[in-house]
Design a protein around this ligand. Structure first.
Ligand SMILES: [Zn+2]
Length: 519
């Protein structure tokens, strides 16, 4: 009984509280030679965010894990507390790995399970928070964390206690090869029990994305259909009332690395977004999410060394590109969504019929059956709309200490100049700092207008520099480029600088200098 989850004990009417998750984790892990229950740090309200490290033989530290040369797979539930099935199935999978028939999942890999990432918001239970889930379970927690942040928009600014704990104690030290983020989608009536998306690579290395998209996701989808009779498919939105019926295309979510799944792509790693179909009952959503995770882990276990090789090669390629092409190569910093060349040959969706409302306007009414649409355009790729030159590195003046701390929080290596150095490269001369009119995540998002100019400048002993020939080159580029669409400029890290320098009156130099050469 101790090892049963709350949904299992309540005929799937109720979801686990934080204390109930902790009780199951402790009961399941107790006495196991393969598991170690630990914490990634504290939530905003001071709760420990539990992580179970699964390994055969057992490891308890990132150093010991790395020494095994096995890939590390990080699976996270409950980033949004209304979306509960990931939290529940990670407890069940843990039970089946340690006490059931799934111990084989530890043959060639190390697993990190974090079932209740947004630990505080989980227990703020109320009915009707997730209308598309139709009261299954009856009550769920809230979406933002206790500081009011959506944890899946916090990847770049890292303001939430939970994001900082995740960076400091999981992402940076463990450097997982694969990340799986478990959600429930918001109400589109596609015909799949669960939809998935990869990490969109944009400015990152392509190989981890290609492997996820071309190999992992098709194979997992095929296996789950064969073994579980469950249909999985590509993530996407469509709106019959706006687009008519049948729809011609589906659109994915954004490419921004504020989403943790996308950020893993910029870190040269693989990641998968899992979105259970909101309108199914909780037990069905748990079933499809569990089948999906089980099959991902079966695949990563079988392809463990291939995954490590691809990721390590991507990291080496990111560094090599900087060494060989900095000062010349242009890379995207702003992107737009475009269709993939290949349409979806057979796309499942609930059927609609055309009707009219009282004013005679066309409206589309959903039918109860699932049909197959042919050749649906798949808007699941991103194309650069603005590009910038890849530098050899960035110089950060001492006055921008907060930027140095922020980069280090993400695992970036920042060095201090031990003498006066002349840097030659480009400076961005900003002519306007445009602010959004409406707040997003507590921010009036900013964008810079202006141009790069060739320049050379002398910096002092004690100033900082980031040599871009390091593993996180792509992430650093995305965060520091002044025209980026999800960088530190956007999240207001430089507002004070530009305002103090009088950008309303005259052009102002972006304080981070892009160097092609240091002398
Ligand atoms: Zn979500």
């Amino acid at each position: 009984m101790d090892m049963l989850t709350k949904p299992e004990r309540t005929a799937y009417r109720e979801t686990s509280t934080y204390a109930e998750v902790m009780a199951v984790l402790e009961a399941v892990v107790e006495g196991s030679p393969y598991a170690h229950l630990t914490t990634m740090g504290k939530s905003a309200d001071g709760k420990d965010i539990p992580v179970v490290i699964l390994s055969n033989p057992r490891v308890t530290t990132a150093e010991a894990a790395k020494a095994t040369q096995k890939p590390i797979i990080y699976v996270q539930g409950n980033i949004h507390s209304g979306e509960v099935e990931g939290k529940e199935i990670l407890q069940i999978l843990l039970r089946e790995i340690l006490h059931g028939d799934k111990t084989y999942l530890l043959d060639h890999q190390i697993l990190l399970f974090a079932p209740i990432y947004s630990a505080d918001s989980n227990d703020k239970l109320e009915q009707g928070r997730r209308p598309s889930q139709e009261d299954s379970p009856i009550e769920t927690g809230i979406r933002p964390n206790s500081q009011g942040w959506d944890l899946n928009r916090d990847g770049i600014k890292a303001e939430a206690a939970e994001t900082r704990a995740l960076l400091q104690n999981i992402i940076v030290p463990w450097d997982p090869d694969v990340f799986v983020d478990l959600h429930t989608t918001n109400g589109v009536w596609h015909g799949y029990s669960l939809t998935w998306a990869p990490s969109y690579h944009t400015a990152g290395e392509k190989a981890p994305y290609d492997f996820t998209w071309d190999k992992l996701l098709p194979k997992v989808t095929q296996e789950v259909l064969a073994k579980d009779d469950i249909h999985l498919g590509p993530y996407g939105y469509f709106y019959p009332q706006r687009e008519g019926w049948p729809i011609q295309s589906i659109s994915t979510y954004n490419h921004h690395p504020r989403y943790l799944v996308n950020q893993f792509g910029l870190r040269n790693r693989m990641a998968i977004l899992s979105e259970a179909f909101a309108h199914e009952r909780l037990y069905q959503r748990m079933n499809s999410t569990q089948a999906f995770v089980r099959e991902i882990l079966t695949f990563t276990n079988a392809n463990a060394q291939e995954i490590r090789r691809i990721n390590q090669q991507a990291e080496a390629d990111a560094i090599q590109t900087v060494l060989e092409q900095s000062g010349r190569l242009k890379k995207g910093v702003r992107f737009k969504m475009v269709a993939l060349d290949e349409p979806i040959k057979e796309y499942r969706a609930y059927n609609y019929i055309k009707s009219a409302n009282a004013e005679g306007r066309p409206m589309y009414v959903r039918k109860p059956e699932i049909i197959t649409l042919n050749n649906v355009e798949n808007k699941s790729a991103f194309e650069a709309t603005v590009e910038a030159t890849l530098p050899r590195g960035y110089v950060i003046p001492q006055a921008q200490q907060a930027i140095v701390e922020h980069l280090r929080r993400h695992g970036v290596e920042v060095k201090t100049m031990d003498k006066r150095i002349r840097a030659s490269g480009e400076v961005f001369v900003a002519t306007a700092l445009n602010k959004a009119r409406r707040p997003f995540e507590g921010h009036m998002m900013a964008t810079l207008e202006g141009d790069f100019q060739p320049d050379s400048e002398r910096f002092q002993k004690g100033d900082y520099y980031v040599d871009l020939a390091q593993p996180l080159a792509n992430l650093i580029f995305y965060m520091l480029e002044p025209q980026s669409d999800d960088g530190l400029v956007n999240w207001n890290f430089f507002d004070t600088w530009f305002e103090e320098q009088g950008i309303d009156e005259a052009a102002v130099r972006y304080p981070i200098f892009k160097y092609f050469e240091l002398k």
